[in-house]
Design a protein around this ligand. Structure first.
Ligand code: BES
Ligand code: ZN
Ligand code: ZN
Length: 462
């Protein structure tokens, strides 16, 4: 999709907003009339912007013309540049479809090709910058969606690491470090090694360091769950209701942190940020870890495995230990498709957020809910929930000894919290509930690229 900036009318179909019930296309007058919400909130604004592309696709329109003055009610940011970036990002997200694995592409219509933005004279330069940045962000989100959508017979821990090397090639101020099985053995990463043991694919621990800030600036560290497929292990997921065919998406946290840093490096942001991904496949074999096994984690703490399907917290715990020993994080934010309980708690309209720092939590929640559209809802992690990690045979259990499912997302966070050092600012986003799009997102089905925009905005700090 190409974006042009003009101050005069061009050739395309003009996008017009009306307060009505329906959207429609007046072919003869070259007008695409879109229904407008009266008092739109952020969700509605995003929906309406994406609707430009969704409706255009329906009528196989290739060239669109949008007067930004008509978009003003949809703007959510402070400056013109930021608003254009927001609009372009969402237009790109709406144009995405996961079709790279379709050998037969069905029709001649290739989607919207050109968007001709009409700007008042004098605003073109700022708009141009917004377009460039929106394209970087929107493309990054869509690439995160593709990486997540790719099936587990293509993306395994090893090909995931290869993908990272490929994507960051040629980018300045980026250092990639990929630890393999032998390194993880030396480092006694007992959690990652145990979860990975049942898979034919070796694990990887991937780090991407982007140093756009000064040497003295502490890095923001993003940690993403990278389970390239989760069949549950010996606590095998059920054929019905286990969402087995969706479990290649269990590395969506990894996709998010990888692409957030990719976008930040492309934007040449003057901040230090690090993405770390523990990458494993959770599977069954004679070598698989078992319920009842007691693991010695990288931190030295021991964990009794009470359910092999609660694997995300085990690999993340080692990754959290790793980032605190190797770096001096300003803050750590981990993101993971951690619990089905997230869906039970909030449905698919937001992700549970847990944090030991009120300022960090508020900043993330405000950015997500008011600016980017990565909706977050905070859950408590009070000490009273600590009993969920109590264990008779080891320091911790990976699920409650009672197998209680109550407060499942909080229990996951409480386990991770046991691996956070005193005084370390930390937030945990359980994006299981936002792993795939729903109707109100107005996007193609499948992965959403959730939290990429949030992390980009958070690190940029504006
Ligand atoms: N990857 C799953 C969580 C998940 C489920 C994500 C559905 C997206 C959609 C995770 O590893 C898992 O299996 N969690 C268990 C934890 C339980 C055993 C405490 C779950 O949610 O059932
Ligand atoms: Zn699992
Ligand atoms: Zn999982």
């Amino acid at each position: 999709m190409k974006f042009l900036i003009n101050s005069k009318r061009g050739e395309g179909v003009k996008v017009i907003y009306e307060e009505g019930k329906f959207s429609y296309f007046e072919k003869a007058n070259k007008k695409l009339v879109l229904k407008k919400e009266k008092t739109p909130g952020l969700r509605e604004k995003i929906f309406e912007i994406r609707n430009i592309i969704r409706e255009a696709k329906k009528y196989e329109i290739e060239n669109l013309e949008i007067d930004v003055r008509d978009l003003e009610t949809f703007f959510v940011e402070k400056g013109l540049k930021e608003n254009v970036e927001f609009v372009v990002t969402n237009l790109l997200m709406a144009s995405y479809e996961f079709d790279v694995l379709k050998a037969s592409k069905k029709d001649d219509y290739k989607g919207v090709q050109v968007i001709n933005f009409i700007f008042p004279k004098g605003q073109e330069r700022e708009a141009e910058l917004g377009v460039v940045e929106g394209q970087i962000v929107g493309t990054g989100v869509n690439e995160a969606r593709t990486l997540s959508n790719l099936p587990a017979n293509i993306i395994n821990p090893i090909t995931l690491a290869d993908y990272v090397k490929e994507q960051f090639k040629g980018l300045k101020k980026v250092k990639i470090n990929i630890l393999v099985q032998k390194d993880l053995e030396k480092m006694k990463a007992g959690g990652i090694l145990a979860v990975s043991a049942g898979s034919a694919h070796e694990p990887r621990l991937i780090s991407i360091e982007y140093s756009g800030g000064g040497k003295k600036q502490k890095p923001i560290v993003l940690v993403g769950k990278g389970v390239t497929h989760d069949n549950g292990g010996i606590n095998l997921k059920p054929a019905s209701g286990g969402m087995l065919e969706e479990m290649h998406l269990d590395m969506s946290g990894a996709s998010a942190v990888i692409h957030a840093v990719l976008v930040l490096a492309k934007l040449k942001v003057n901040k230090n940020v690090i993405a770390v991904v523990p990458a494993v496949e959770n599977s069954v074999s004679g070598l698989a870890y078992r319920p009842g096994d007691i693991l010695t984690m990288m931190s030295g703490k021991t964990v009794e495995v009470l359910n092999t399907d609660a694997e995300g917290r085990i690999i993340l715990a080692d990754a959290l230990t790793y980032v605190q020993s190797k770096f001096t994080p300003e803050c750590i934010i981990d993101v993971a498709t951690l619990t089905g309980a997230a869906l039970v708690a909030v449905g698919q309209a937001a992700s549970p957020l847990m944090s030991n720092d009120d300022m960090l939590a508020k900043k993330l929640q405000d950015l997500g809910n008011e600016s980017t559209g990565d909706f977050l809802w905070r859950f408590p992690i009070w000490d009273v929930y600590k009993s969920a990690t109590k264990n008779k045979r080891a320091d911790l259990g990976n699920i409650p000894e009672t197998s209680s499912r109550y407060g499942g997302s909080i229990n996951g966070a409480m386990f991770l919290k046991e691996f956070i050092n005193e005084g370390q600012k930390w937030a945990h986003i359980d994006m299981a509930s936002r792993m795939t799009s729903i109707l109100s997102d107005n996007l193609a089905g499948g992965a959403m690229g959730e939290t990429v925009r949030l992390f980009v905005r958070f690190v940029r700090g504006n």
